[in-house]
Write a protein that binds this ligand. Sequence first.
Ligand code: GLU
Length: 445
Amino acid sequence: MTVKTRFAPSPTGHLHVGNIRTALHNWMFARKHGGTFLLRLDDTDTERSKEEYVSAIRADLAWLGMHPDSEERQSARSARYEEKFAELKASGRVYPAWETAQELDLKRKIQLGRGKPPIYDRAALDVSDDEIAAYEAEGRTPHWRFRLDHDGPIVWNDLIRGEQKFDPSLLSDPVIRREDGSWLYMLPSTIDDMDMGITHVVRGEDHVANTAVQIQMFEAFDAPVPEFAHEALLVGTEGKLSKRLGSLGVSGFRERHVEPQAIVALLARIGTSDPVEPVTQVETLAEAFDFARFGRAPARFDEEELAQLNQKIVHMLDHEAVRDRLPEGMSAAAWDVIRPNLHHLGEVDGWWQVVTGPVSGPDLDADDSDYLRQALSALEDLSWSDTIWKDWTLVLKESTGRKGKKLFMPLRQALTGLDHGPDMSALLPLIGRDAAIERLKTSIS
Ligand code: GLU
């Protein structure tokens, strides 16, 4: 069997971190098994679906490095849905229902008032021809429900949740089509999964009850039922899916200079028994990917953990990987010197400025001014090499008797304008002789 997974967002908004996680797991599972990954745009809701979101979804996936092997759009498949709907009609698995939203609401309230579960009572199956004629005369059109088969439980072995069992008589026959002919999610999704040969449906556990219904739909079409993996939902550090998490997406990550590798590494592992690790190679993550490692408890998304992971990942990225985003002229050698100081790539310009100048040194007391004067003349006398910092500070140590912080700090401050930063022995060769002399002169002038 060749694995085929799909990620099926509705293009009614931007992807948020929860959707991204679902996409990632679908993609990784396909990668691990040498299968394919489909992007399916669930755009049957023509009012709310927008092209700008379609483009954004594609761009976000590309930025994260998840390239779909193919793409489908539900809006292009109406004729196919119509055809399969006609089959279900012919076999009596769908039926028209005429209740208005208010009537249904009232029924539910009465059931609840009697302490009963609000399951649809199938009254539509008993509507007489005369009543139908009357509804039609009123200008009413029906919506359509899928008739669940009440014989025996619906059972599947979920790859994350284990055996799942639903009693179909405790479920309402789902509405699959609205009065205006438009489709609800349930049936088109099943038809697509069937037609597109989806072998594994990986999605959030909010879809578990939908799966019970969809399994009966696959069976009604005599189609093989895919495997299902329903993952526990994502929550924030406060234990629930906050509004913030629900709106945090790729643009927010980019603004915060979070590398796509950090997002992938975090979302691949949270909620599983595997540790979160700074892995930059997605292949490595995909190889270890296994639904058996997923827990039933919600996965916790912690922005602080992401920031720390991001920092570790930045420290692992080589020049080649970041070159396009570095300041003009910044060499591989410079990247290697500055990289260990970065919390994220957004700080690189600031450090590059320290190399290229201008920098402004601190106010000096008389003692340090004298020291820097000596340092300047010592530097002018030395022959410049890659070991210049070591040579220079050795000379100064001997001539001034200073050591430790008193020896190094005034030099660092005069040369960088800061009292912390990259290792001076690596930084000074980058700053270069002329600029270093210039900065020392400025600091004592
Ligand atoms: N468009 C559906 C959603 O975003 C897809 C669910 C599914 O994966 O089947 O919830």
